[in-house]
Design a protein around this ligand. Structure first.
Ligand code: FE2
Length: 546
């Protein structure tokens, strides 16, 4: 075991700044860097196929900029470079997070026919008014061409969750500047805006959400990732979502391990479900919280027909809808039952609420075996801050663990801290020392529980005053109301104790493997041999290599 420090890291913030880092609402907005000036960029779409034209919408205080495009995979490959491109400042509407920036296209280029599928980082550099460079990053995905894909893996980036957490412009699905007092989260978020700082690229020392601290007793929780964000000028949500914190770690690992990986966006899955055709294995990783009905149909049909879905991800929570040909994502979340038009004469099965809301009738477990409302927090705040850092293993004889040397009762991935910060679970019982889903858990037929750890929906401590709690019991109360109609203490009692699982089940002619934790990718990033071995066992079996 690595020995953890017993004190929180210090990034030079005052106590007031530390409080603001966690409680405050800070975000990227046009004009934020004042006299220095800024350059920002978004593209008209998230993904393109070879031969298609990418339109970059750029707003800059400088009259010209240079651009480089680099494929961010197992190795970095620079594919395009150009300087002296004209730019100007373009005004953004106040509610640009929801409405889109509406900037004119500044620069177009064709995706080369020899550019392999993957993630492409765009770096824009210009001169700041103080003579020092200003820069920004953007990312687009090159999706695969149709056709048979023998031996290839398709990774679907969690772009719905990126959108939900994008702080650029002031509003996302968590916090915002909407409503009469400019303090509401926005149920509508636009794709037509830049990514916030830290979603595309991050320094290696950026903290992850789960604590790398052995928290002393009765310690008021702290949040190193948000403190670091405020101290270094990154998005408050950089560690919650984005290519840099999550999806990139799987993609790079897989390429370095010799797999042939293609990348698609969730928009591709929604609008072109046939993108899965021809693949033996589809992969979903990281913090993967927002899905549409159509995306689930795509995966369900693919698995029924014989596809293999591997999810190394957590928090399968919300149904979203896409509007404006994908330009807007809608999710009313906690306000769905009062505000979502789906409840007022619309199709209530498409309500942008938790998948486990009974009126939707499609719990998350029906697709990936696990439910978000039975999982949730582990390893941060007042939710199991000293809890397990890896998955407690109950069925070490399962094929996924072959060659790992793991035993019954071991923790898989504890050194690399793969368990957290949000996990998905099922109601279960232990018989003869083995976990089984309960009959009303929603588990698909034939589901085997390979590993289970504890999680919590509620911060509960006699030692920590309520004003020092960040997560509180808010999510637990919401789950209680969603599942049982009322946010009462009695219903909270039914939902507050969660868990996170690794499960495996057959479906139709196909199969699903699901390690239900956001932080699985931390094991790949940190080169944890057991986590790598399990990941490869799953990929190899699903690609027909073993
Ligand atoms: Fe989440």
């Amino acid at each position: 075991m690595t020995h953890l420090p017993t004190e929180f890291p210090d990034f030079g913030l005052t106590p007031e700044q530390r409080r603001h880092a966690v409680r405050g609402h800070y975000y990227e907005w046009p004009g934020m860097d004042g006299a220095r000036g800024e350059i920002w960029c978004y593209s008209d779409r998230f993904s393109y196929r070879a031969g298609e034209t990418v339109a970059l919408h750029v707003s800059s205080t400088a009259p010209s900029f240079s651009v480089t495009i680099t494929r961010d995979g197992g190795s970095e490959t620079k594919l395009f470079e150009k300087s002296g491109i004209a730019s100007r400042w373009q005004e953004s509407p106040d509610q640009c997070s929801a409405e889109g920036c509406g900037w004119e296209a500044s620069f177009e280029f064709r995706v080369g026919s020899d550019w392999p599928s993957g993630a492409y980082r765009i770096t824009l550099i210009a001169d700041g008014r103080d003579g020092k460079p200003i820069h920004s990053h953007h990312l687009f995905i090159v999706s695969p061409q149709p056709g048979r894909k023998p031996g290839r893996v398709l990774q679907v980036a969690a772009t719905g969750t990126w959108l939900a957490y994008n702080t650029w412009g002031g509003s996302n699905h968590y916090q915002g500047i909407t409503g009469p007092d400019r303090n509401q989260y926005s149920p509508i978020v636009s794709t037509q805006r830049p990514w916030c700082r830290g979603f595309v690229a991050l320094p290696k020392d950026a903290p992850r959400v789960p604590l790398e601290v052995a928290v002393p007793p009765k310690t008021v929780p702290r949040y190193p990732h948000m403190e670091w964000a405020l101290a270094t000028g990154h998005s408050k949500k950089y560690a919650s979502s984005g290519w840099a914190s999550y999806d990139s770690h799987f993609f790079r690992f897989a390429e370095r391990a010799g797999y042939h990986v293609d990348l698609a966006s969730q928009h591709d899955l929604h609008f072109s479900p046939d993108i899965l055709d021809g693949y033996d294995c589809a992969v979903f990783v990281g913090h993967d919280e927002y899905w549409t009905w159509e995306m689930r149909d795509a995966v369900d049909n693919y698995v029924e027909r014989g596809g293999h879905a591997a999810r190394f991800a957590g928090n399968f929570m919300w149904q979203t809808r896409l509007e404006d040909e994908g330009g807007r994502q809608v999710c009313y979340k906690y306000r769905a039952r009062t505000e979502d038009p789906a409840y007022r004469g619309g199709d209530v099965t498409r309500a942008t609420n938790s998948w486990e809301a009974p009126e939707i009738g499609r719990p998350g477990s029906a697709t990936f075996g696990l439910n978000a409302t039975r999982g949730v927090y582990a390893g941060w705040g007042g939710c199991a801050p000293r809890g397990v850092r890896g998955f407690p293993v109950y069925r070490p004889e399962h094929w996924a663990f072959a060659g790992t040397g793991i035993y019954y009762g071991d923790l898989l991935g504890a050194d690399s801290h793969v368990y957290g910060y949000e996990v998905d679970g099922l109601d279960f019982e232990i018989r003869g020392g083995l976990p089984y889903p309960t009959s009303d858990s929603g588990a698909p037929d034939g589901l085997q529980v390979l590993a289970v750890g504890m999680a919590s929906q509620v911060e509960e401590s006699a030692d920590i005053p309520i004003e020092d709690q960040f997560l509180t019991d808010e999510d637990g109360r919401f789950t209680a109301e969603t599942l049982f109609g009322e946010a009462s203490d009695a219903n909270l009692e039914k939902v507050k104790r969660g868990n996170g699982m690794i499960v495996n089940f057959p479906r139709g002619k196909g199969e699903v493997f699901h390690a239900g934790s956001c932080e699985w990718v931390a094991g790949l990033l940190r080169q944890d041999p057991m986590v790598k071995r399990v990941t490869q066992n799953v990929l190899d079996r699903y690609l027909g290599k073993s």
